[in-house]
Ligand binder design. Sequence first.
Ligand SMILES: Nc1nc(=O)c2c([nH]1)NC[C@@H]1CN(c3ccc(C(=O)N[C@@H](CCC(=O)O)C(=O)O)cc3)CN21
Ligand SMILES: CC(C)C(=O)C(=O)O
Ligand SMILES: [Mg+2]
Length: 270
Amino acid sequence: MSINKEIKRITTETLRGMKGVEKISMLTSYDFTIAQMVDAGGIDAILVGDSASNVMAGHETTLPITLDQMIYHAQSVVRAAKRCLVVVDLPFGSYQSDPQKALDSAVRIMKESGAHAVKLEGGKEIAESISRIINAGIPVMGHLGLTPQSIYQFGTYKVRAKEEAEAQKLMDDAKLLEELGAFSLVMEKIPADLAKKVTESINIPTIGIGAGPNCDGQVLVVHDMLGMTHEFKPKFLRQYLNLYDEITNAVQQYVADVKSVDFPNEKEQY
Ligand SMILES: Nc1nc(=O)c2c([nH]1)NC[C@@H]1CN(c3ccc(C(=O)N[C@@H](CCC(=O)O)C(=O)O)cc3)CN21
Ligand SMILES: CC(C)C(=O)C(=O)O
Ligand SMILES: [Mg+2]
């Protein structure tokens, strides 16, 4: 129930109801200005991803970003998101050690940012933590396949679950997440056939990134699809703009205009 009757908010229940009816669109955002445009574009859900560690802070991996930093990003996005659901990644180190810590971290995100749900990477290993968070009334989105917080265990960002054993574990983890009460599940960089099989075998929506067309929805990093992240072009990415070149060219023009005193002109002064 919303106090603001003007805009109908998309909820975790809305997303659940979209499975098999309508595909779910999701993009990341980390700040107010981008989130405002993503919400206005009609997105179903925004992910405040720990990819902020790469995209916003310039780190090599998602590991360094802190819970405080994730909360700062989430607060900015929540201020802009009028219509879509806002999901926030629990960062590396904020939930893996024990269920109490996981719950405390999720509670901080919900209390301090006003976001609507949290996302955690992993299956069986973190089952107890997922239960604790869900039992506290906080909606949880799962994340299986290429889970970037485990990059030093994987060694590469190559496609996951190509072998039978890992594919079977992913199937089991997906079913477990559903049983635990997760409202949805991200599957990252896995074979399209496996993603299709998982999607057909559970009743919660799957959101794919590099997981083929048979997931219930798709997610991308917004800076990637806008062409802002220089030279990041994995096979699964569709680039809708080339803002890296657009912005670099605009800056070049500005530099030239300042040097030549073309800017500011008579109309641009008092
Ligand atoms: N900007 C950005 N976009 C993302 O999608 C993203 C992040 N950052 N940071 C966190 C994770 C890491 N992700 C990644 C990282 C690399 C590939 C990737 O496919 N990279 C290369 C090489 C892979 C290989 O070693 O074979 C590729 O060309 O596909 C995919 C997703 C997804 N997430
Ligand atoms: C790539 C998506 C699923 C993510 O977890 C992130 O952006 O952090
Ligand atoms: Mg993430």
